[in-house]
Design a binder for this molecule. Sequence first.
Ligand code: FES
Length: 449
Amino acid sequence: MHAIDIQALVQPARVHRRVYTDPAIFDLEMERIFGRAWLYLGHESQVRQRGDFFATLLGRERVIVTRHSDGSIRAFHNRCPHRGAMVCSERRGNTPRFVCPYHAWTFGTDGRLVGVPHRRGYEAGFKERMESLGLEPIARIDSYRGFLFGSLTDEGPSLADYLGDDVRMAFDNFVDRAPDGDLDIAEGKLVQVFNANWKLQIENSIDLVHPPILHYNAVEVSKEFLGASGPDEPVPTAVDIFRSNGLPFEEWDEVRQYALANGHCYMKGFLQKSDGEQLTIEDEARFGSDDQMPFEGQLDYKRALVERHGAARAEEILAFDRHNTIVYPNLFINPRLQQVRVLQPTAADRTEQHCYVFALRGAPAAALHTAVAFLTASNSPASIVTTDDHEIFERIQAGLESGEREWLDLTRGVDRDVVTATGREAAGTSELAMRNQHDAWKTYMMEAA
Ligand code: FES
């Protein structure tokens, strides 16, 4: 393989097309980005009980996450130390031990090898050697407010430092929205696959010129729906967000975006308000009208939040006005929509998107139903929004293979960034977040392996 000149592929406000198409670069990304960053593993509610486990991917590595009998959460490579078979083929469950299906080597939920059939077939000192033949732990596992992350290297910043203040704030807000102070992941998940590079999805998440253009159909359908509704009928969340895609560019500019360390970024919320008034939590007649997720029983929910946090803090929690927060390289979190999305790239031109919804402990069941309904409307094959996004990613992937032009342009807003205490800020229509992601990409990719 020819050496890849990484330095030359990402230049100020432009990116070479190979960054999206070259399988050798994809392999390097898996090693140098996904092999080094803190990556989302799952949520502690997936392993609430001792013996609970789930299987997932960390980059390209198959991993088992378990709750051991001492209460600690462990994560191991899903690979038998004997002859390499995948030990666990279930997606999740509860078990006191894992048994390899090939020769029945047996492991505790702490990964220790506790049983080997026909042990006398081994050498005299084998019993002692068993200590070193457990499941291989991943290099690091840590959690923030119940969200579990793993890293395939023991080098680099702590999870808290990696996330930084502004990203941690999104996780804090997610948990603080729960009247009982905890989250439960909902059953099931929604998975979509698109035949395009993973970076196109994270770039798209804060590309605020595309919504009124690419999502034109969603805007028009929402307007038709609203036109046919009575003035006092509640506006379904999906309709509210879909119609807001049609904001004029001047208003999208007012939806500020923020570029942070390590490639992270976030954008403010963009819901159109009915009359621009600042609503208060005591305003019972208007409850829910300033929320992205109105649901039956919301007033009781707000009262429960006030009881837990006090009125001022509860108001602050509900007013946390962000849409996407991107944890580089592959996690989206959106507390208001009670969802996280994880990208699992499987090839330079193929990506899986896994979407999860969370229940806020202490909130009415209707809150979860609304969140699930919104996820289905926005991030499923039946969606009139995500399907357009995925279609355009596949068109980009196909287009990048054609012609002689080598570069993609990311200059929009390049001369108007504002430096802040924690990064840079720009108008919504700037391509700042994308440039920031590519700066992080270059930093990871240029570090020696
Ligand atoms: Fe697992 Fe042999 S490969 S016991």
